[in-house]
Design a protein around this ligand. Structure first.
Ligand code: 3PG
Ligand code: MG
Length: 391
């Protein structure tokens, strides 16, 4: 990477602002997966061991510029404190006189954590005045928030204007891995997309780079509908409908090969004890939804994965949080693990799924960014990376 990293700076006696991505899943105020917190420990401990004081900052969820108590970073600060084995003081805001005073009084080895950056609308607007206020808290800016690098927000893409800047070790490592599969993937290269969040927009560019594109999970139903099938109550991304039709037309020549589900698990409710059935995609009942890929689909997807040399996987194949609907994701995780391919898994949901199913350590690389890794692999420049000083 042609960007400065923390190895290129001397943080001794300096206050370092570290932008992290602690956008972790929470249930009833408890963190259910702390992968993203553990992932930045090398950067934080390195800076601390070299005599820095740290101002750690992140967003959590999408509070849309409002203070939402349930999206406080307090649980993340507690977890960080436990993992670092030293106190982490959580502040009640991320800017303002109290925050300035706390940052001014820090000594080497101190760690403070700012409250959710997205409690201020200026963060997502990339507001310069807000970025400048944040920058005023420190002497050096470090970005280790790979998962948020595709957002041009104040704390990711603007702060570097006001301070010397460098990439953290996590961001550096993610870029290294993803650059390898962007620039020089061993072929066949299979990309597999699932999950429910709209991602169809990124497929256009990704398609040009892969040999096979597998679409499962919630993404698939928009395509099935675009093929003229009745998808009942399955998730449908209205906004991407036209695009899905275009992608289907483009893939008609067979390059890349495009694989969609041929059968799905259908149910009326995403619940463990709800009745469920297997249906060919041509026969999804009008009052039911597809909630997992079916057995024939698992077999076909696994065959494509078995021959791959490079695999990128983003998004689960079904509603894996419900054990009865996790079988498709499990079968695919197993096929990826056994393929022997260089496998990169990206995105919060699928990472949580493979952790839950026990496959995480059988993947070559588990990426902390979903949207960010997808955009990177499309060949886009990510604003959070572009902003960092060149080496
Ligand atoms: C993520 O989890 O996708 C990142 O933290 C970015 O969050 P966002 O998608 O709400 O911008
Ligand atoms: Mg996201």
């Amino acid at each position: 990477m042609n960007k400065k990293s923390i190895r290129d700076i001397n943080p001794k006696g300096k206050r370092v602002f570290v932008r992290v991505d602690f956008n972790v899943p929470l249930k009833d105020g408890e963190i259910t997966d702390d992968t993203r917190i553990r992932a930045v420990l090398p950067t934080l401990t390195d800076l601390l061991s070299r005599g820095a004081a740290l101002v750690v900052a992140s967003h959590l969820g999408r509070p849309k510029g409002q203070v939402k108590r349930e999206l406080s970073l307090e649980p993340a600060a507690d977890r960080l404190s436990g993992l670092l084995g030293r106190p982490v003081t959580i502040l009640s805001d991320c800017i303002g006189p109290e925050v300035e005073a706390a940052a001014r009084d820090m000594k080497p080895g101190d760690v403070i954590m700012l409250e959710n950056l997205r409690f201020h609308p200026e963060e997502e607007k990339g507001d310069e005045g807000f970025a400048k206020q944040l920058a005023g808290l420190a002497d050096i800016y470090v970005n280790d928030a790979f998962g948020t690098a595709h957002r041009a927000h104040a704390s990711t893409a603007v702060m570097a204007k006001f301070l010397p800047s460098a990439a953290g070790l996590l961001l550096e490592r993610e870029v290294q891995v993803l650059s390898h599969i962007l620039e020089d993937p061993e072929r066949p290269y299979v990309a597999m997309l699932g999950g429910i969040k709209g991602k169809i927009g990124v497929l256009r560019n990704l398609m040009k780079r892969v040999d096979t594109l597998i679409i499962g999970g919630g993404q698939a139903y928009t395509f099935l509908k675009a093929k003229g099938l009745d998808i009942g109550k399955s998730v449908f991304d209205e906004e991407s409908f036209e695009l899905a039709k275009e992608i289907l037309a483009e893939a008609e020549g067979g390059r890349p090969q495009l694989l969609l589900p041929v059968d799905v698990v259908v149910t009326g409710e995403l619940k463990q004890d709800a009745p469920r059935d297997i249906a060919p995609v041509e026969k999804i009942p009008p009052d039911q939804m597809g909630a997992d890929i079916g057995p024939e689909t698992r077999k076909r997807f696994a065959e494509a994965l078995t021959g791959a040399k490079t695999i990128f996987w983003n998004g689960p194949m079904g509603a894996f949080e419900v054990p009865a609907l996790a079988e498709g994701t499990r079968a695919i995780a197993q096929a990826v693990a056994e393929s022997g391919a260089y496998s990169v898994i990206g995105g919060g949901d699928v990472v949580a799924a493979i952790e839950q199913l026990g496959f995480a350590d059988r993947m070559s690389h588990v990426c902390t960014g979903g949207g960010a890794s997808l955009e990177f692999l499309e060949g886009k420049q990510l604003p959070g990376i572009a902003a960092i000083e060149d080496r």
